[in-house]
Ligand binder design. Structure first.
Ligand SMILES: Nc1ncnc2c1ncn2[C@@H]1O[C@H](COP(=O)(O)OP(=O)(O)OP(=O)(O)O)[C@@H](O)[C@H]1O
Length: 482
C-alpha cells in the first residue's frame, strides 16, 4: 500500500504491491508493446525493449484497447508458443501499456503466477487463484486530508524525568518540536510524543520533505528536499521540490492499493485468548491468507463499490498472468470460468507451450492445450514463434545493455547462433558468466573466446536431455548407473 499526493505524483514512490521492482530482473528491459498510434509495430517507434513477435504484439495491443473500451468482460487471452518466446514478456508489456493509456499514469498491477502454485497442502486451489485475482486488481483512492507539510528544519525531542522509572532517574519524551518550511512560510509544531515513533519509523531527518495527517498523526516521508541534491555523488534518494502553499493545508492524497491489500489489512487475526503454545507455534508457519474469508471479501467489495459510486475510488484493472495453464485441473478451470464473469476482474492472460494433451484431473479427456473446450471458447488465442538469429541477437544486445555489459559484435553473433540451436534463455544466461570470464582476463568487453569458454562449462537443456537419453540407452534404462 502507498500514499502519494496528486500534485506530485511524478515523484511519488509507487506501492510495493502495485509497482515493479527496480532491481534488474529477467524482464527489466520490457517497457511496453512498442506499437505506433495505429497499433502496429513500426521501426520508427520505440520498441520498448521488445523485438520481433510482430503479430503477437499487435494482437496484445488490440486486447489492451478492448480493455480500455470495457469490451473484454468474460473473456481472457491465451498465449501459446514454445518456451522462451516472450509470453511472460508480452503479458508484462500489456500491464505497462494499461498504465501508459491511463490519464494519471497509474501503475497497473501485474501479478504473475505459475499454475502449479495452486497445489498447496494448506490452502484450497481456488483460494490461491482468488488471492491472485485480487492481487491483480488495483484501486486508486483519493481523499481530501488536512495535513501539515513541508521541509523539516528542526526536529528536537524534549525529555522529562520518567515518574515510572524504577531507579527514579529515567527519562521519557515529553513532546517533539518540529519545524516545517514551505515556499510560502514556516511553522513550528509542538507534537505529542507518540508521533515520535511515526517519525522514527519513516527515518525522518532535517532536510526531508514530509507531511503529517492532522487527524491520525500518520507521518509520510515524501523524499529529500532537492536543495540537498548535491550532497553526495551517488545517492539512492528521491529528491523533491519544496512544497508550495502553507504548511497547514487541505491536500488531495492518493493511495494505490490492490483488493488483496485491503483483504489482508482487514483480516481478523485469530483470537489469542484460548490458544495454547502448540497452536501458537503451528500458526507461525501458516500464511495469513487462511484468515481471509469469503465473507470478508464480500464486505470489502461492498465498500469498494460504494467508494466507486461516490467517485472516491477508481478501479485500476491489472494483468493476472497464469503460466503453464495446462497444470490447472477441472476444479480450477470451472472457477476461472466463473471468475471471468465477475465485475471485479483483471485481464487474465494464460500461457502454455502444450498442444493437445489430457486435462489434469480428467486423464481420459484430451483437449487443445489441456484446457476444457468451454473455457477455450472464451479465449482469444495468440501464438508466439521461435526467434530467428537476427531477432535473437537484438534481444541479447538489449539484455547486455540492460545489465550494463559490453559485448563485441562477433561474440553477440556467436551467442545468437547458440541461442537458435539451444534456447534464448540459455544464451541470455551465458552473458553474465562470460562477462566474469572477460574480467578475469583483464577485459571489460566480452569476446567470442569468453562465450565459448562458458559455453563449454555449462550444458543447455537440449544437450542435457540428449546426454541423459544416451546414458539411459547405454545402461538399459537406468540413468547414472555404473
Ligand atoms: N520479443 C522479445 N523481445 C525482448 N525480450 C524478449 C522477447 N521475448 C523474450 N524476451 C526475453 O527472453 C526471456 C524469456 O522470455 P519469457 O520468459 O517471456 O518466455 P516465455 O515464453 O514466457 O517462456 P516459458 O514458456 O518458459 O514461460 C525474458 O528475459 C524475456 O524478457
Amino acid at each position: 500500500m502507498s500514499t502519494t499526493e496528486a500534485e506530485s505524483s511524478s515523484t511519488s514512490k509507487p506501492t510495493s504491491s502495485v509497482a515493479a521492482s527496480h532491481r534488474i530482473s529477467v524482464h527489466t528491459h520490457i517497457h511496453g508493446l512498442g506499437l505506433n498510434d495505429e497499433g502496429e509495430v513500426d521501426p520508427g517507434v520505440n520498441s520498448c525493449g521488445l523485438t520481433g513477435q510482430v503479430l503477437a504484439r499487435q494482437a496484445c495491443g488490440l486486447v489492451v484497447d478492448l480493455v480500455a473500451m470495457q469490451q473484454l468482460a468474460g473473456r481472457a487471452l491465451l498465449l501459446v508458443g514454445p518456451p522462451g518466446t516472450g509470453k511472460t514478456a508480452l503479458a508484462m508489456a500489456m500491464a505497462q501499456e494499461l498504465g501508459r493509456n491511463d490519464s494519471q499514469h497509474t501503475p497497473h498491477p501485474f501479478c504473475p503466477m505459475v499454475a502449479s502454485q495452486v497445489y498447496s497442502k494448506e490452502v484450497k486451489k481456488t483460494e490461491v487463484l482468488m488471492e491472485h485475482f485480487r492481487k491483480a486488481i488495483g484501486l486508486r483512492i483519493r481523499e481530501e486530508k488536512e495535513v501539515y507539510e513541508g521541509e523539516v528544519t528542526e526536529l528536537t525531542v524534549e525529555e522529562t524525568n520518567d515518574p515510572l522509572a524504577a531507579s527514579g532517574i529515567g527519562k521519557t519524551i515529553s513532546h517533539v518540536i518540529l519545524g516545517l518550511k514551505t515556499a510560502k512560510g514556516t511553522k513550528t509544531l509542538k507534537l505529542d510524543p507518540t508521533i515520535y515513533d511515526s517519525l522514527a519509523k519513516e527515518s525522518v531527518t532535517v532536510g526531508d520533505i514530509i507531511y503529517i495527517e492532522a487527524n491520525s498523526g500518520a507521518v509520510k516521508r515524501v523524499g529529500r528536499s532537492d536543495s540537498f541534491a548535491t550532497e553526495f555523488d551517488l545517492e539512492a534518494e528521491d529528491y523533491v521540490p519544496l512544497p508550495k502553499g502553507d504548511v497547514h493545508k487541505k491536500k488531495q492524497v492518493v493511495q494505490d492499493v490492490t483488493l488483496h491489500d485491503l483483504d489482508a489489512a482487514n483480516a481478523q487475526p485469530q483470537s489469542s485468548g484460548s490458544r495454547d503454545v502448540m497452536s501458537v507455534l503451528a500458526s507461525m508457519g501458516k500464511p495469513k491468507k487462511t484468515e481471509i474469508t469469503d465473507k470478508l471479501r464480500q464486505e470489502i467489495n461492498k465498500v469498494v463499490n460504494r467508494y466507486m459510486d461516490q467517485g472516491v475510488a477508481e478501479l485500476v484493472p491489472g494483468v493476472l498472468f497464469i503460466d503453464e495453464v495446462h497444470m490447472l485441473d477441472m476444479e480450477c478451470f470451472t472457477y476461472l470460468n466463473r471468475a471471468l464473469e465477475s465485475d471485479l476482474s483483471p485481464i487474465v492472460v494464460l500461457a502454455t507451450n502444450r498442444g493437445v494433451t489430457p486435462i489434469r484431473g480428467a486423464p481420459e479427456t484430451k483437449s487443445p492445450h489441456g484446457i476444457p473446450v468451454d473455457l477455450l471458447d472464451r479465449l482469444l488465442i495468440v501464438p508466439t514463434y521461435p526467434y530467428e538469429k537476427d531477432e535473437m541477437a537484438q534481444i541479447l544486445a538489449i539484455r547486455a545493455s540492460t545489465e550494463q555489459l559490453v559485448i563485441d559484435d562477433d561474440a553477440l553473433q556467436h551467442l545468437a547462433e547458440r541461442g537458435v540451436t539451444t534456447s534464448l534463455r540459455y544464451a541470455v544466461q551465458l552473458l553474465t558468466p562470460a562477462h566474469i570470464v572477460a574480467e578475469t582476463h583483464g577485459r571489460s568487453k566480452i569476446t567470442v573466446a569468453d562465450v565459448q569458454q562458458v559455453d563449454d562449462l555449462f550444458l543447455d537443456g537440449k544437450s542435457s536431455s540428449q546426454r541423459l537419453m544416451l546414458a539411459a540407452a547405454a545402461t538399459g534404462g537406468s540413468l547414472y548407473m555404473t
